[in-house]
Structures are given as C-alpha cells and as structure tokens.
Design a binder for this molecule. Structure first.
Ligand SMILES: [Zn+2]
Ligand SMILES: [Zn+2]
Length: 382
C-alpha cells in the first residue's frame, strides 16, 4: 500500500462554463436532441436496409427487429418535434434544421416500415445496431445517474474533448464484430488447457457461484493485463491514451487505443472460454461487466456503502485516473478490489476524491495523434 499519510489531498475545482451549459427554454436541449435522434434514426434505417453489413450477428440473437421498429418510429417523430421546437425557440435554428433534414432522409429511405426477415450469415460487419442501443442505454441510465447524483454538479455534458470521446465510443461499438472474432480466435489457442471434467464441475455448481467464479477469474486476468500496461515501458504509451482524459464521465471510459481495446477483450475471453460455465452465467457476467465499465468512469457520487470495499466503484476507479503521486499505478482491478488489495496496489483514502486527472506528460489531443502516439514514442519522436 502506498504510504500517503504525508500527502496533502485537495478538493477538485470544477468551474461552470455557462456557454457550454444546457438551460431549459433556449432551444439548445431540443436542438441537440433533434440532431441526436436524427443521426440515430438515419443509422437505424440504414441498418434495417443492410442488416448483413450493419448489424451484429451475436446481438441479433437477443433482440427483436420488429419490436425495435416501434422505438425507431418514436425516435423519428421526436426528432421532428424537437427540431420544430428548436426553430420556434429561435437561437439554435441550425441544430433544429439539421435534425429535421436527417430525419426526413431517414423517412425517404423507408423509415420505420422497412420489411424485416432472415439475415444472411456474415460474421464480420459494422455494429451499427450495437452502437445505437448502447448509446440510447447509456444516455438513459448513466446520464440520468449523473444528473441525479453528480459528484461535480458544475461539470457540463459538453465538457472539453467530449466529441473526441464520442468518436471513440462510436468506433469501439462499430468494431464489435471484429473485436469478438479476434477474441474468439485468441481464446482458441488455449484449446490444450480445456478440461472437460473441470467444466462439468463448474456447470454443476449453482448459478450465483458460477457468476462469482467468472467475475474473479476475469478480474485476475484483467488486473495483470492492466498492470503490465502500466509497468512495462513499451506498453504504457498504448494505455496512456485511456488515461489522457482530464474530466471523467460516462463517455470518458470509451477513450482507448484500438490495440488496448482488442487485447483486453482477447485476454478476458480466455478465462471465459476455459471455465465453460452456463450461458446464463456468461450473460449475467457480460451485462455486469459492460455496465460496471461505464459506471466507474461516471461523474457520480453515489453511496455504495460497504460495497465500495468489495467492488470497483467510481471513487476507486477515479483514483486510478488521478495524476496525483500517491495514486499513480494503483487500483488496476476491473470488477472487485480483491486483487489490488492482495497485490498491494489498493488506494482509497477515505471519502477523498482526486483533485486532478490525466497523464503526468500530456498526449496529443486528436484521434489520429493519439492513435499514432505509441508509434511515435517507439520511434522516440515524443
Ligand atoms: Zn490504467
Ligand atoms: Zn478508466
């Protein structure tokens, strides 16, 4: 454990930027809502037109395309409604017009009445469906939590670099098929380690025990993978991209170099593959991991009670993103705090939160600059 008794902790100062704030009655909220729903509607219509190329094989197994067309219908009408409201309110006419035009294009391409049917089996595709559903789910769950229980009330939604993180969010979700294919391919190299008797024993245990086993095994692998990214000089510039974000919220955790995104998924597939637990246990784990990964970056100050000493919470992971000395290279775990505690990298100073986030050495602030950053460090140009 870090000896931090001498360290002077300070409170984080977040100043409200009124130009970036959303206020009722100005037309900015309706303008962004109209454009957001317009973009999502157009993407959804394209996914209905070209499902073999723009939807995810794994995800199609769990949702009903016909039911989701009702959601699309409401999305399109709300985009038009918000667009007209924005035009009436007057100050953000461009946003209103853009939202209306996007939705009219979506209507012209077939809208919510495109016939659905069997989809040609093609495993490599763009996860447009995954992008839309994850975005709607995240806005609905996490932005609501951030509004109800904000850690920093004055931190605006359109904080600096939000559009860069939105780009990462979009690319990481669109690439879901490629990530899954690579992860499965990687796990298949561990065929030699599969034990039928161990898998039979695991499947014979109660579901809740299977879920605990998979959380701990995945956490162990993710802990060491994460620690290597921090402590091996060659790997750090790849992971530094995730740490370059200087304000944390639901979108911030999306920032990650594609090498890290692919390798993380590939590594976690190995224990999942070897354990061979029931599909139900796997589904619970995947949902838990996906929600927790977003939650721990959120700008929320939710009281987790004693659970904060068991699971990785926003306070715990915010410390991992801190650029303050006692917190550097601590709190690697993804799910529970067990391995940080066991391997002496646990840092949770009472109710304190970090004053600053980010890397001690600044990274480029563009997507291309960050993607090339590890290469530039390798060539000694940074
Ligand atoms: Zn890290
Ligand atoms: Zn993080």
């Amino acid at each position: 454990m870090n000896s931090d008794s001498q360290y002077q902790y300070q409170d984080r100062v977040v100043k409200l930027d009124p130009r970036k704030q959303f206020r009722l009655g100005e037309g900015k909220i309706s303008g962004y809502s109209s454009v957001g729903l317009g973009v999502l509607s157009l993407l959804a219509v394209l996914a209905y037109l070209f499902p073999a190329y723009l939807t995810t094989y794994e995800l199609r197994q769990v949702y009903d395309a016909d039911t989701l067309q009702h959601l699309l219908k409401y999305g399109m009408y709300f985009s038009l409604f918000f667009g007209v409201l924005t035009l009436v309110l007057g100050r953000y006419r461009r946003l209103g017009s853009a939202g209306i035009v996007l939705t009219l294009i979506a209507f012209a391409l077939g809208g919510y009445t495109i016939p659905t049917g069997p989809v040609e089996a093609r495993r490599l595709s763009l996860g447009v469906d995954w992008l839309i559903l994850a975005f709607l789910g995240s806005v609905f769950i996490f932005m609501t939590l951030e509004k109800l229980y904000p850690k920093y009330r004055d931190q605006v939604i359109l904080r600096s670099e939000w559009s860069l993180d939105l780009l990462y969010f979009c690319l990481n979700h669109l690439a879901i098929s490629a990530i899954l294919i690579y992860g499965n391919y990687h796990a298949s190299h561990f065929d030699w380690a599969v034990s039928d008797s161990l898998q039979a024993m695991i499947r014979a245990t109660p579901l809740w025990l299977q879920v605990i086993a998979v959380i701990l095994c995945a956490d162990f692998v993710l802990y060491w993978e994460h620690r290597l990214y921090h402590e091996v000089n060659l790997l750090w510039p790849v992971h530094a991209v995730h740490h370059s974000v200087e304000s944390l919220d639901w979108l911030a955790g999306s920032r990650g170099h594609f090498l890290q995104v692919f390798s993380e998924r590939a590594m976690v597939m190995v224990p999942l593959y070897l354990l061979g637990m029931d599909q139900a246990a796997l589904n619970i784990y995947v949902a838990f991991a996906a929600l927790q990964a977003v939650l721990i970056h959120c700008n929320v100050n939710f009281s987790f009670g004693f659970l904060k000493y068991v699971f990785v919470t926003p306070q715990f992971h915010h410390w991992h993103h801190s650029s303050e000395q006692p917190a550097i290279d601590t709190n690697y775990s993804a799910h529970t705090v067990v391995f940080d505690w066991l391997f002496n990298t646990y840092h949770l100073p009472g109710d304190r939160w970090p004053a600053t986030y980010g890397t001690t050495k600044p990274l480029p602030d563009s997507f291309i600059g960050q993607t090339l950053y590890p290469l530039r460090v390798l060539l000694k140009k940074e």
